[in-house]
Each structure stands twice: as structure tokens, then as C-alpha cells.
Design a protein around this ligand. Structure first.
Ligand code: PLP
Length: 413
């Protein structure tokens, strides 16, 4: 007998900070027939996706396109294309993904300067600006929404300060793009990396990025086109060519631009998914989408508190799409998560590093960020906590969340 059955996955309610549930319209788009990558029908889809990405990034940048690979592929493409051996890079770290920026920048040969604050905190923007003045880096790389700690770093002053001091500002907005404001032009961010499997509700496997001409100038100087596809004009002597071929933004922009340089083979079905995902975002409206994320966050937070649980960070800089909850004393956090999955088909997350075993993280991102999911997770969590012997305010969580939905005039923001 043939041993392998057709794939038949369980239906889950995914309430993690990614990957999240994929909008069914995106799944349908993914089953669209594959096209050749230089077919005009396909290059039109590439151009339309770039146009929609510009709107999602709120930018007039010429360059806005996806890198094939997960979000860190986008981070790596930007950092390795911009950073030359010995370049000074300042990285403020307030959670796991600040360490990831450091790790990638280090491998690109950067002279790293870090600043760190406690997990659960963010930086005062002035503190970072003073450090920029002191260190005088070529690049500042920083995370906008730290999913590991549920914190969001304000950037509206850091971007303009970088511009004034002629420093490049590179931002990991993987978790925030499509879920809250990421004002690339207004905040004067030079390069921004987004994620698909978080608030865009597209599967993991692509990373939309956007960057301006300040970044383009840096990478164009390092441009080295592969010999087999280069023309006479390309065969220049380049002092510090970009070390990665796959993540070489100078070649990638010629692939996405009118030259259609034959670089990699585009991930056709993923691009269909991203195109549909960004189309859904713009159709909903950025403002409406951000408000939806706030509404469901509010219902979840009210429910969690009314149940008698404590938020890890009940603070103004809380990341709207990730809610961190202190695991009550004496309760086995992993056992609760396992029971939620086994009995209810609900997935929530734990955390990393110093927060491992201390908090649960519930994501409210993209298509997963819906009323029925919030109510379901609150009801299930209460049931599971009771089975674990935790003391909860029985019935209160669901009622508090329902109040948010049914009595919106009572909500104080
Ligand atoms: C999820 C996440 C990443 C990494 O994403 P991958 O797709 O797993 O590579 C990077 N930064 C932040 C802030 C994230 O939340």
C-alpha cells in the first residue's frame, strides 16, 4: 500500500505573532496558474504589486518590491547591500529581533555599536539621537514592532534626526506593516522591511521592502552584474561588490525595473499571494485596517484583565498586534498552550530569551484579528485555566470583550 496520504491539515485558530491565518482570497489567488517570469501578463502583476506596496508603505519611493525568502531575507538583502566591510552601524536593541539585526549586520562586516534596554521597554528617542551623534554611524538599524516583547518603538523623531546627520535609517517593520502606521516618507526612513505572514495575512516566504534614492546611491556604487548576463556597460571595476548574489539589491532592482535583468526565477505563486494580500489591505483602507486592529486588541485586553490575568506590559508603547500576558504563579505555561491546541485547535505563543516561560503572547494580526477569534480564545483560555487550577473571574472575560463590541460608546481610549 502507498504510505503517504494527501495532505489533510487540521483547521486551526492561529493567534500567534505569526504566521497567522491566511485570508481565503489569498489562498485562492495562490492556485492561479503559473506564468513565465518575463511574460507581459506576469510583469504586469509585478508592476501592480510594486504600486500597491508603495501605498502600503505610504511612500513615493521608486523601489518597493518583495525579496523571495522569509522576512529575514528582506533584512539581510538590505543590510548586506548597504553595509561595506568596516562600516559603523548603530543598533538599539529592545528584544530578540534587535539581536537578529545585529547578527546579520555583523556577518555583513559591520563595526557594530549597540545600545540595550530591558525587554519590555523601548528607548526614549532622544537617547538614541544622542548616541547617533556620539557614535557617528553610517547606518542605524532598528526594529519598529518587537514581537518578542510586545513593544513598539516610536520612530518619528529618529528618522528626521538621521536625515539631518546624514545617517541611513533602516527599519524592521516586519510585524507592523499593514497593522499600524508605518509612515516611511513622513518619518524619513531610508529603508523599511515588511513581513507577509504577520499583518498582511499572506503565507511566509516573501519580504516586501522599500528604499529611497539615498540607499540606491550606496548600492549602485557596489553594483556588479553576473558575467553570464552582463553587458559591456556592466563590466566595471567594483571596489566592494555586494557579497551576496541572491540578496544583491542592485541586481534585484534591475530585475524589478524596466531592464528585467534575468536574476532569479520569481516565486510566482507567492507573488500572486502578495498581490492579493496587499490588494485586500488597500481595499479595506489603511486607516480602517489600523482601527480594526485597535478594536480587537481592546476587546482582548479588556477580556484578559477582567478574567483576572495581568498584562506583561500595560504601557503606552504596547504593540497593538501583540498582547503579552504574565503566566500566573504556579501554572505551567506550556501545558496551557498544549491544551488550547489539543482541545480547541487554538495556537498562542510563548516567548524567547529572558521572557521564556514567563509570558504568553497572543497575536491579533491581519485575518486572524477578528471578533470570533477574540471571543473564542478568551472563552477557551478561561476553560483551560480553570482545568489547570488557576483562579479566574469566571465568565468575566467574555463579558468584558462583548462590552467592547456591543457597547462601543463605553470605550475610553
Ligand atoms: C517575525 C519577525 C521577523 C522574522 O521573520 P521570518 O519571516 O521568520 O524571517 C523579524 N522581525 C520581526 C520584528 C518579526 O516579528
Amino acid at each position: 500500500m502507498f504510505a503517504f496520504n494527501e495532505i489533510n491539515t487540521p483547521l486551526r485558530t492561529i493567534m500567534t505573532p505569526g504566521p497567522v491565518e491566511v485570508d481565503p482570497r489569498v489562498l485562492r489567488a495562490m492556485s492561479t496558474p503559473v506564468l513565465g517570469q518575463f511574460d507581459p501578463a506576469f510583469t504586469q502583476i509585478m508592476n501592480e504589486t510594486m504600486e500597491m506596496l508603495r501605498q502600503v508603505f505610504q511612500t513615493k519611493n521608486r523601489w518597493a518590491f518583495p525579496i523571495d525568502g522569509t522576512s529575514r531575507a528582506g533584512i539581510e538583502a538590505v543590510l548586506c547591500s548597504v553595509i561595506e566591510q568596516g562600516d559603523r552601524v548603530l543598533i538599539p536593541i529592545y528584544g530578540r529581533f534587535g539581536h537578529l539585526l545585529t547578527e546579520i549586520a555583523e556577518r555583513s562586516g559591520a563595526d557594530i555599536h549597540i545600545m540595550e534596554c530591558e525587554w519590555g521597554d523601548v528607548f526614549d528617542q532622544e537617547e538614541i539621537i544622542n548616541e547617533i551623534k556620539r557614535v557617528k554611524p553610517k547606518v542605524v538599524a532598528i526594529v519598529h514592532g518587537e514581537t518578542s516583547t510586545g513593544c513598539m518603538q516610536p520612530l518619528d523623531k529618529i528618522g528626521p534626526a538621521c536625515r539631518a546627520l546624514n545617517v541611513l535609517c533602516i527599519v524592521d517593520a516586519v510585524a507592523t506593516i499593514g497593522g499600524t502606521e508605518v509612515k516611511v516618507d513622513e518619518w524619513q526612513l531610508d529603508a523599511v522591511i515588511g513581513g507577509t505572514q504577520k499583518c498582511l495575512s499572506v503565507p511566509s516566504g516573501m519580504a516586501p521592502i522599500s528604499y529611497n534614492d539615498r540607499i540606491e546611491q550606496v548600492i549602485n556604487v557596489r553594483k556588479k552584474v553576473e558575467k553570464g548576463i552582463a553587458t559591456e556597460d556592466d563590466l566595471l571595476d567594483v571596489k566592494q561588490p555586494i557579497r551576496s548574489n541572491y540578496f544583491d539589491l542592485s541586481q534585484l532592482q534591475d530585475y524589478w525595473g524596466p531592464r528585467r535583468l534575468n536574476h532569479h526565477t520569481e516565486a510566482t505563486s507567492m507573488l500572486y499571494a502578495l498581490r492579493e494580500g496587499t490588494r485586500i489591505v488597500l481595499q479595506e483602507g489603511l486607516k480602517e485596517r489600523f482601527e480594526r486592529h485597535l478594536l480587537h486588541e481592546k476587546a482582548l485586553v479588556e477580556g484578559i484583565k477582567a478574567m483576572g490575568l495581568k498584562l506583561f506590559n500595560d504601557i503606552p508603547w504596547k504593540l497593538p498586534m501583540v498582547t503579552c500576558i504574565n503566566i500566573p504563579e504556579g501554572i505551567d505555561g506550556e501545558s496551557v498552550r498544549m491544551m488550547l491546541l489539543r482541545q480547541f485547535g487554538i495556537e498562542i505563543a510563548s516567548s524567547f530569551g529572558p521572557l521564556q516561560g514567563k509570558i504568553w503572547r497572543i497575536g491579533t494580526m491581519g485575518y486572524s484579528c477578528r471578533k470570533e477569534n477574540i471571543l473564542f480564545v478568551l472563552a477557551a483560555l478561561e476553560g483551560v485555566l480553570i482545568r489547570h487550577g488557576a483562579s479566574v473571574q469566571v465568565g468575566q472575560g467574555l463579558q468584558a470583550a462583548l462590552n467592547v463590541y456591543e457597547l462601543p460608546h463605553l470605550i475610553v481610549k
